[in-house]
Design a protein around this ligand. Structure first.
Ligand code: NAI
Length: 486
């Protein structure tokens, strides 16, 4: 249990400092103005209260933008508990503002329970995640809103071990984080051998935010192990082609600047992966005047990078010349200890893929004679015995959230409007979805985009009836077949 756990005015929570709430509320007010999609969904559905009865367990970076998402879910009738999906991504003022709520005070909060602060340990992280599953009076959640799939994973592993009647013993192969998950579930099993089985039976569905979490869901679905329906929010066009690309175009450079303030122009930057996040990363670094080299395994993405004017190489080809390394693959062991040993003095290494496996941080810590020096939180110099150092951001975790505050409100409004629509869909249509992974239909994707046009002064051309017939699409859309790739 964390010593941050408090209960005030009937609300349990664990945040860094409740007195930051006013600062958080000011930022939320500005964010609301920049989140037209989310605010118009609030307006559209506030009378109908489509989420009444929903108890949503939310695990997604506890930022200002997420705070606006949480209050939208609440405005639509949901009861919510929230944690961050990353140990460094919480904006403490956002967490405080959500606990205090729009009407509450620091002394008598009346908002939503949040269990998140910037700089959690992994033990604290999983303790927080566990808090999602207790809505009081013996009730668990009946919906999950996930980013990266940790809340979903805990339920699935919990059910698996409850079926087996035991949590497997920890082995030397298990990484530190997995041993913590096993310990968490061991404790849970000892207190109630059916806890997660009962929780899973109540859950109508999960809506998943990101590429990595979606990959986990498809894995469960493929083996028939998915315990409830899922909506893949990431692959709404208005999510992955916007947040992943344009969002990172803003927040990657923001993170680099806040962390190091190093001049990017003229530097040699390596971007590993040229998917949606990689494309935005390469573009923004080039926009700053950096020379960008891309690494890829997929010939299509490699060709795209080349046609976009990037040099495409292997990391080994440039490892000793580059100044900045950014991983965006969602994969594992992309930057190894051998790579870091061969880098230039003070090369900067950062990851914007979901988990920290992309950079071999565990291996780095084991290098004989290596010294870790904290420049400031989330910025560390790792000094090799030969005298050269590499600067690692956010301990290898999402540096655009650890060293900055993630993507800006406007792009997150697109992602989160999809999230709210997906929550309404699964909550209000029980029985209409199997235990499979779905994407939202195209007319809703187009609706999300439409909700963001006015704010940018966009004047959309309208198809004439004749043009629509010629193209074989309805005048009011959808305008593209499902196989269209944008
Ligand atoms: P994606 O699948 O579009 O792109 C990943 C790319 O990495 C693919 O093109 C793949 O071929 C390439 N790749 C895989 N292994 C590689 C290797 N060994 N070397 C070089 N390239 C390799 O996925 P997307 O949407 O770009 O997401 C990437 C990661 O970023 C995911 O973990 C996702 O969850 C995360 N993400 C992070 C955000 C942030 O704010 N930092 C926002 C959105 C997504």
């Amino acid at each position: 249990m964390s010593d941050r756990l408090q209960k005030l005015n009937g609300i349990d929570f664990a945040v860094a400092d409740l007195s930051l709430a006013a600062f958080g509320r000011h930022q939320m007010r500005l964010a609301e103005h920049e989140m037209p999609g989310l605010m118009s969904i609030r307006e559209e559905f506030k009378a109908a209260q489509p989420l009444r009865g929903a108890r949503i367990a939310g695990s997604l970076h506890m930022t200002i933008q997420t705070a606006v998402l949480i209050e939208t879910l609440v405005a639509l009738g949901a009861q919510v508990r929230w944690v961050s999906c990353n140990i460094f991504s919480t904006q403490d003022e956002a967490a405080a503002a959500i606990v205090v709520g729009p009407e509450g005070t620091v002394e008598a909060p009346s908002g939503t329970p949040v269990f998140a602060w910037k700089g959690e340990t992994l033990e604290e992280y999983w303790w927080c995640t566990e808090q999602l599953f207790d809505f009081g009076d013996g009730l668990g959640p009946n919906m999950i809103l996930d980013d990266g799939g940790d809340a979903t994973l805990l339920v699935h592993k919990g059910v698996e071990f409850e079926k087996a009647g035991a949590v497997p013993a920890t082995t030397a192969e298990d990484n530190h984080e997995y041993t913590i998950i096993l310990d968490t579930l061991r404790r849970s099993l000892a207190s109630d051998g059916q806890r997660f089985t009962k929780i899973a039976a109540e859950i109508r569905g999960v809506t998943e935010e990101t590429t990595t979490g979606v990959a986990r869901l498809y894995k469960f679905a493929k083996t028939g192990d998915l315990l409830f329906p899922a909506i893949n929010v990431n692959d709404s066009v208005t999510k992955s082609k916007f947040d992943n690309k344009y969002g990172i175009r803003h927040s990657l450079v923001d993170g680099l600047n806040r962390a190091t303030d190093v001049m990017l122009g003229g530097k040699l930057a390596v971007v590993c992966g040229y998917g949606d996040v990689g494309k935005g990363s390469a573009e923004t670094l080039r926009g700053q005047g950096a020379r960008v080299v891309v690494t890829e395994v997929d010939p299509i993405c490699a060709l795209q990078a080349a046609m976009d004017g990037m040099q495409v190489a292997r990391i080994e080809d440039v490892v000793s010349e580059a100044d900045i390394f950014i991983t965006t693959t969602g994969g594992t062991e992309i930057i190894t200890v051998e790579h870091m040993a061969a880098m230039k003095h003070n090369a900067i290494v950062g990851n914007v893929g979901h988990f920290d496996d992309e950079i071999d941080m565990a291996g780095l810590a084991k290098v004989p004679g290596i010294e870790k020096v904290e420049v400031k939180p989330q910025v560390h110099e790792w000094r090799f015995p030969d005298g050269h150092a590499v600067i690692v951001l956010s301990e290898g975790r999402l540096m655009n959230l650890g060293n900055a505050t993630g993507h800006p409100s406007f792009v997150m409004s697109n992602s989160f409007t999809n999230q709210v629509i997906a929550q309404i869909e699964l909550w209000t249509k029980p029985g209409e979805y199997d235990n499979q992974v779905y994407v939202l239909p195209k007319h809703l994707d187009e609706k999300v985009a439409r909700l963001h046009l006015d704010a940018l002064g966009v004047r959309l051309t309208e198809l004439t009836k004749k043009q629509a017939e010629y193209l074989g699409v309805p005048v009011e859309g959808p305008y593209k077949p499902d196989h269209y790739r944008y």
